[in-house]
Design a protein around this ligand. Structure first.
Ligand SMILES: Nc1ncnc2c1ncn2[C@@H]1O[C@H](COP(=O)(O)OP(=O)(O)OP(=O)(O)O)[C@@H](O)[C@H]1O
Length: 238
């Protein structure tokens, strides 16, 4: 079903010949050509692809699974460009890796409801703007967000029109999670303890709130977990 977007009224049939753009209620934009009083659909600028929201404890395997997914599906997924208050590193460009902003600019954007979700890490603020996600979805790509539980709550409240699909990556057990994080050798004793404490409460929240996530992918065997992730995203494993 279409509704008027620019200059013409499809419902009442008062269309002028020309190129027309319609938005449907699912969020896609269709291009229709009307030269002789007949409407013909000639293309779609964007289809309704779900916003993929991945969450899970640190060390559950989100990066491992997503890296493979993106590598094996070139062009299918788009990354949103986040805002951050951290300083650009050598080689980073404003608007490419991040939108670099000051703390007060970030606060202003936050107050204006610009962000779908935001968080503070190591004294720097990071946020995903609604527009950056919308751009990807409207270009016909799937946008993937890898965020923490607090971010998932924000997206649930703010992004219903982006058809978010919430996927929780769960480790097979807490002990295995600890072992994987230790083997990754990226953490100090202190940061490991913080990650494990947060992991415990995230896993408990998922257990106590069945249905909060649309899909729970247990990352025990990596191959099986990858297949299940593809089913959660595409509806099939191949
Ligand atoms: N199924 C698996 N079996 C064994 N090891 C795994 C499996 N999946 C991931 N790993 C390993 O576990 C470690 C943690 O995985 P990864 O870095 O992908 O987690 P993450 O959820 O992205 O963590 P973070 O949130 O801290 O970035 C990595 O060293 C990875 O190689």
């Amino acid at each position: 079903m279409g509704y008027e977007l620019w200059g013409t009224n499809y419902e009442t049939g008062t269309m002028r010949p020309g190129l027309h753009l319609f938005a449907n209620f699912g969020g896609s934009i269709m291009i229709a050509l009307d030269l002789f009083g007949e409407l013909q659909l000639v293309g779609s600028l964007a289809s309704t692809k779900p916003l993929i929201v991945i969450s899970g404890p640190s060390g559950s395997g989100k990066s491992t699974l997503l890296k493979r997914l993106v590598q094996e599906h070139p062009g299918v997924f788009g990354y949103s460009t986040s805002h951050t208050t951290r300083s650009p590193r050598p080689g980073e460009e404003d608007g490419r890796e991040y939108h670099f902003v000051t703390r007060s600019e970030f606060q202003n954007l936050c107050d204006r409801g610009t962000f779908l979700e935001w968080a503070e890490f190591s004294k720097n603020l990071y946020g995903t703007s609604i527009n950056s996600v919308r751009k990807i979805v409207e270009a016909g790509q799937m946008c993937i967000m890898d965020i923490d539980l607090q971010g998932v709550h924000s997206v649930k409240n703010a992004a219903k029109d982006l058809c978010p699909r919430f996927i929780f990556i769960k480790p097979p057990s807490f002990e295995e999670l600890r072992a994987r994080l230790q083997a990754r050798s990226t953490e100090t004793d202190e940061s490991l303890a913080i990650r494990l404490k947060t992991a415990e409460s995230e896993m408990r929240y998922a257990d106590e709130n069945p249905g909060f996530h649309d899909f729970v992918v247990v990352n025990d065997n990596l191959e099986q977990a990858y297949k299940n992730l593809k089913v959660a995203i595409f509806g099939k494993a191949d």
